[in-house]
Design a protein. Structure first.
Length: 275
């Protein structure tokens, strides 16, 4: 009962890793932690474990009869995650700096693979599903959370309105393609079933993100990281000022008329069993 000796030791080092989970990841991770069945004595892999969420939360919720691995090719995220292992005193988890396209595990060696906002957005999700199938034991589970087609539908309507005003059909098509790359639930099911899994549980949910106006939205650091760079890359440099001035102004007008820029994020938890 080592926990009886616990004493909180305040330090800059501890505080550095205490306070961060991106809000974006949190909504999906909470969905995963709510619906995941917890079992003792499992070997578990989190694919795309980033800075350690929900990997460490899961590691602590299942405890030391389970052995966990977090896998991500992102070096700096792994360094941060390693700091958390030290500061949280986690002893059942190992980090691996690698891509899930070639999993460093024996065939049939894992009980559970989870991926929060991971696999579905990778360059070659089919290949990663196949690798998951190879390394899972028969009846092992692959559990993912993902955003779905319909993501920020309000915002995409404003994109289409803006690009109609500009009158360039090819720009319209580019945003349409960018929106379309997110799968609907049937598309996600296909990734499972085409790669040797049967769906055992699926839960749909959604949440709303509210912004004051277009300027706040486009200057938000996480929006810039996750979306803005992608949108900027779609258009010619010389047109960017004009396109984004109109887009920002339309977002702000929408926000004024609707009590804020309220953006809906549909999400899903999907579990599959290896056949
Ligand atoms: C949207 S982030 C999610 C991170 C974390 N799971 C969370 O919920 O905050 C996607 C993660 O997948 C990682 N990733 C991208 N391609 C990958 C691959 N081929 N194999 C494993 N991880 C990958 C990225 O480095 C990133 O950390």
């Amino acid at each position: 009962m080592d926990y009886l000796d616990y004493q909180f030791v305040d330090s800059e080092d501890f505080v550095n890793t205490y306070d961060e989970v991106p809000l974006w990841s949190a909504s999906f991770g909470l969905l995963l932690l709510k619906h995941l069945e917890l079992k003792a004595n499992q070997t578990i892999l989190d694919i795309g474990s980033g800075t350690g969420f929900p990997l460490f939360e899961l590691a602590e919720r299942v405890g030391n009869s389970c052995k966990l691995f977090g896998l991500d090719p992102w070096k700096n995220a792994n360094l941060r995650a390693q700091e958390k292992i030290k500061n949280y005193g986690i002893s059942n988890t190992t980090l691996i700096e690698s891509s899930a396209e070639n999993l460093p595990f024996e065939d049939q060696s894992l009980d559970l693979i989870v991926s929060n906002l991971g696999i579905n957005n990778f360059d070659d999700p089919d290949l990663v599903y196949k690798e998951c199938h190879r390394v899972l034991k028969t009846s092992g589970k692959l559990v993912i959370t993902t955003n779905l087609h319909g993501h920020w539908k309000e915002l995409y309507e404003i994109w289409y309105q803006t690009l109609h005003q500009i009158g360039n059909e090819s720009y319209f098509k580019m945003i349409e393609n960018e929106e379309a790359h997110r799968r609907n639930l049937a598309g996600v099911y296909q990734l499972f079933t085409n790669n040797g899994f049967q769906i055992t549980k699926a839960v749909e949910d959604s949440f709303t993100m509210k912004f004051l106006d277009g300027s706040a939205f486009l200057n938000h650091h996480f929006i810039q990281l996750g979306w803005l760079t992608g949108w900027i890359s779609l258009f010619p440099k010389a047109e960017l000022q004009m396109i984004f001035a109109k887009f920002e102004s339309n977002l702000t007008q929408y926000a004024k008329q609707n009590g804020g820029l309220n953006l809906t994020v549909p999400m899903a938890y999907i579990a599959g069993e290896k056949l």
